[in-house]
Design a protein around this ligand. Sequence first.
Ligand code: NAP
Length: 290
Amino acid sequence: MQLIDGKKVAEEIKKEIALEVDKIVASGKRPPHLAAVLVGHDGGSETYVAYKIKDCEAVGFRSSLIRYEDDVTEEELLSKITELNNDNELDGFIVQLPLPKHISEQKVIEAIDPKKDVDGFHPVNVGRTVIGLPAYVSATPYGIMELIRRYNIEISGRNCVVVGRSQIVGRPVSILLSQKGVDATVTVAHSRTKNLEKICAEADILVAALGSPEFVKGHMVKEGAVVIDVGTTRIPSKETKSGWKLKGDVMFSEVAEKCSFITPVPGGVGPMTRVSLLKNTLLAAKKEIY
Ligand code: NAP
């Protein structure tokens, strides 16, 4: 079994991005610039946005944080988005989700100019991804594909099973894996899937993205399969200072000994998700998608 080291690959990609930033700056242009809009004080969102800002600093990007209190109106937020869409000093921006209930997330996502939508959530970017046009692909699916590519894992003609069909992970991963040129045969499983254990056990590549800790057990995995564990559920822990630790969707102790490759949690898909936002921002700065 080989461990797929997402942390190491993400560090490599960060170095590659930093070199590109050096070239951009050496050519007399400003560095790539990412903005994050954060509404309220949700602990998880605060942490994610802080990571995003830190990641920007690490590769030499400019970053801006725009904060609003929980009671910001939808109108105010949409007006800020229009301003950011028109800001030539900004290459891309994200609005950290979730938003308070009185604001429509879909309206907010659709208000973002697809050219600046480095989260890749706008229907234009999703649609372009589906038909195989250049697009900002959302961070987690992008990171998963890059991990598979960098470990030279054969995909073409292989039987892939994706457990989970969310808009941000399962669905886009299934689309990317089945694209022409990637050529996997893909099954998308979800909470209504019958015979899930049997379906998983037939996968050459199994992507677990359901958010149920240690759901995938040893008997559900074929000998020699590639296992990508996307799940990150916080469970209480006495071993850590924070009082919690992350658990994946795969029972690592049982599955690792059967498979050819496996991503750990933490240190697998998570770091790749973070670096993929940087990669999209670089693409935006270089105007490589649009
Ligand atoms: P989500 O929106 O809750 O979607 C979960 C999907 O799993 C749904 O399609 C659901 O089916 C399916 N599902 C749930 N229970 C199932 C079961 N028992 N059997 C089969 N399918 C089942 O979750 P998400 O946003 O995709 O996230 C999934 C996990 O990945 C979470 O742990 C999340 O924290 C993690 N995550 C990690 C990263 C990272 O960077 N590492 C990024 C994003 C998400 P239905 O559609 O039928 O409800």
